[in-house]
Write a protein that binds this ligand. Structure first.
Ligand code: NAP
Length: 675
């Protein structure tokens, strides 16, 4: 059979070793790195990805000394004792013919602890604990040695190489730019001096590990902050680290403090591969493209077009460890495609919780959430085909149970079918495709357009109720006025929406609906770059240009009763993107609102203006969209219990207050593992 992805699956000869294909699992700090007791779980996590065909995995970041910690008592590689404990990880990967490199990361001013050291005392805008201490000249030199010592230890631990983390705004980036490096010694003052730190690191690491060891350098190709490197400097650095002995140059995009989204769902697929393509002709070592590459088609196209030699994916291999095998076997339609939601991976990392995956709750929990074939196959009914019902039906049937899935609507997907209509959230359709395909393979009988009653379920051994939610109707006088519609009506296109709109309720759905009302779906990469102010770094340092906004399609008022800032409860790593998008579109965000009444004049509100003051206003809007949360739909539960059936209530039908796909899918998967 000819390979559907010939470039992606082609081996790459690095001289002393060969990578079996072009897929790198990029670094993701899972939280399993920080304690030696979690190394067996880390081994299972990387072992499964190697089994699934990944050529080269990169660990989460390990600091070369404790001043470079990400977190207090975070991951370090500073002793032979620590290194020897990592054998379990490297063996697990080698057992499946994969390769693995350890990422060496010094957090610099991004460290979440008071002992951090950096290029200067300039404080990070995104990190607590005040200013870092500036390293002395000698300390910088010692830090270079620490990188080399850690690399030697990584070799001792059985790693195939190291990745030197030189992007995303960590210490190496901080040393490289005038933005953060105001030193006057040999490590600062001129671009050449600023480059000395990474070049010396690569040089001393190479000397420490010998020639037969992978040294990958993750280079910031687009800083997306002010006072960044120029493109000429970036190219010069790439050539210098190549001369110093790197085997591969990986791509990093944007410092963590950049205010341009680089990985969330609304970033177009492969949005930054052009920058890697710009660097590739300047060096002779292989280069890696990264960011929002989530399908074999996109990856193949990037390599086939000559933009890169390899692709790096992290989250897509959390969501599906068997991505490569499925691609190789022409089963790409079975891949659980990463939808870049960040809800269970990066949002967890940033609050110091173990990273997993919303659509694959097994990620990082491979040893405890096990879906083995059942020994007693049962007949199981799943009612409701939203994320919870789909996950339950898929995993139950995967274990060998006979599953019937009932859905009242003519199609599966539930809230995800609404989410995929939101501009920038089109990826959500992939999850529906994934579950549908797996259910087809597993032989689930799907009954669409079927509102099933308790009596019809009496013959099943178990019933899973995943009937989801319905929009909450708030008790505002006049809520039955013809100008009032629910978010479901709007997204499904069942209700016309005027040019002026009040969106009542500013949770995730209020934000989503506002975006739906303001923007066209499927915008081009050029338009996206213009909207966020991303440009060629050869034109502007760091690739930062002035944003160009298209005029919004509507005037939108987004309202909530709470007096906190709107959007506070949105995802840690994605919420700011939604807030910025609405701000850039001129949305009026009103907090501390009391809804007085709705009539022909519009929405009458009282807005708190101070502790004891308020003002009354009429928002003269044509349409009022209710996004005021949800109520569980659980009509089936009581009649089923009365029939004496074992009933399991999951997802929004269980808890609507936290309507949340992460919880729904996890709950469904854990139930499936138990039944
Ligand atoms: P939500 O987050 O609970 O927000 C409901 C909003 O309605 C709140 O702003 C609430 O704020 C207001 N509200 C609640 N009861 C009300 C009432 N009786 N009268 C007037 N206002 C009322 O619910 P959601 O927006 O429907 O989202 C549900 C969940 O979906 C989220 O928690 C999230 O897990 C998920 N989701 C997330 C995203 C995202 O992060 N981008 C997008 C979509 C969905 P006040 O009480 O202050 O008015």
């Amino acid at each position: 059979m000819t390979s559907p992805y010939p470039h992606l699956l082609e081996p790459l000869d690095l001289g002393h070793t060969t990578l079996r294909n072009r897929v790198i699992m990029g670094s993701m700090h899972t939280g399993l790195e920080d304690r030696a007791k979690h190394l067996p779980e880390l081994a299972a996590y990387f072992g499964e990805r190697a089994k699934g065909g990944v050529a080269l995995s990169v660990t989460g970041g390990y600091a070369p000394n404790w001043h470079g910690w990400l977190l207090p008592f975070g991951s370090l590689m500073t002793s032979a004792r620590l290194a020897d404990k990592h054998r379990i990880v490297t063996d697990a990967v080698h057992e499946h013919d994969g390769k693995i490199v350890m990422q060496l990361l010094h957090a610099g001013r991004y460290g979440y602890h008071p002992f951090k050291r950096a290029a200067s005392t300039k404080k990070s805008p995104i990190t607590p604990f005040g200013s870092p201490k500036a390293m002395s000249t000698k300390e910088v030199d010692r830090t270079v040695d620490d990188f080399a010592a850690s690399a030697r230890l990584a070799r001792r631990a059985g790693y195939d190489g190291v990745e030197i983390m030189g992007s995303e705004g960590y210490l190496i980036n901080q040393m490289l730019t005038a933005r953060t490096n105001d030193r006057t010694d040999r490590w600062g003052g001129s671009a050449e001096n600023r480059m000395r730190f990474p070049v010396e690191i690569v040089d001393r690491v190479r000397q420490a590990v010998g020639d037969d060891f992978i040294v990958m350098y993750r280079m910031s190709l687009l800083d997306l902050v002010d006072d960044a490197q120029s493109w000429d400097e970036t190219v010069e650095l790439a050539q210098k680290v190549e001369a110093a002995g790197v085997s591969i140059i990986n791509t990093g995009i944007g410092w963590h403090e950049a205010r341009i989204p680089t990985i969330v769902t609304s970033v177009p697929r492969g949005a930054f591969s052009w920058v890697t393509g710009k660097l590739r002709p300047e060096v002779s070592v292989p280069v890696v493209a990264s960011n929002r590459i989530n399908t074999p088609e996109v990856a193949e196209q990037i390599i086939a077009s000559g933009e890169a030699d390899l692709v790096s994916m992290a989250r897509p291999l959390l969501s599906d460890p068997y991505f490569v095998t499925k691609a190789a076997e022409d089963r790409a339609d079975e891949i659980n495609t990463c939808i870049a939601c960040n809800q269970a991976c990066l949002d967890h990392t940033f609050v110091n919780k173990r990273a997993t995956c919303m659509i694959n709750p097994r990620a990082g929990h491979e040893t405890t959430l096990v879906l083995s074939p059942t020994r007693t196959a049962k007949r199981i009914a799943v009612v409701g085909a939203g994320p919870a019902g789909l996950a339950a039906a898929t995993e139950l049937s995967g274990r060998g149970h006979t599953v019937d899935l009932f859905e009242a609507l003519p199609e599966v997907g539930g809230q995800f079918r609404l989410a995929m209509q939101i501009p920038g959230k089109e990826e959500f359709k992939e999850t529906i495709r994934y579950y549908s395909r797996r259910m087809e393979i597993n032989g689930v009988t799907v009954h669409l357009g079927t509102r099933v009653g308790a009596d019809e379920l009496a013959g099943f051994d178990e019933v899973v109720v995943a009937t989801g939610v319905e929009p909450r109707l708030p008790s505002i006088p006049g809520v039955d006025h013809p100008s009032v519609v629910t978010y479901q009506d709007v997204i499904r296109g069942r209700a016309p929406v005027g040019r002026t709109v009040a969106v009542v309720g500013a949770g995730g759905i209020g934000f989503d609906v506002s975006e739906f009302l303001l923007h066209e779906p499927d915008e081009s990469l050029d338009h996206w770059n213009e909207r966020w102010g991303v440009t060629d770094p050869a034109l502007e340092r760091g690739g930062l240009a002035t944003k160009v906004q298209a005029p919004p399609r509507r005037e939108v008022f987004l309202l909530q009763r709470k007096s906190t800032e709107l959007g506070k409860g949105l995802g840690k790593t994605s919420g700011w993107v939604h807030r910025q998008t609405l701000k850039d579109s001129g949305v009026h965000m009103l907090k501390g609102v009391t809804y007085d009444r709705i009539d022909d004049a519009g929405l009458h509100v009282t807005i708190a203006t101070g502790k004891d003051s308020s003002e009354s206003r009429v928002l003269e809007v044509e349409t009022i969209v209710l996004c005021t949360g949800q109520e569980s739909v659980r009509d089936l539960v009581e009649p089923l219990e009365a029939l004496g059936r074992p009933v399991h209530v999951i997802g929004g039908a269980d808890v609507a207050a936290e309507l949340d796909a992460k919880r729904a899918i996890k709950q469904a998967t854990e139930l499936a593992a138990r039944l």
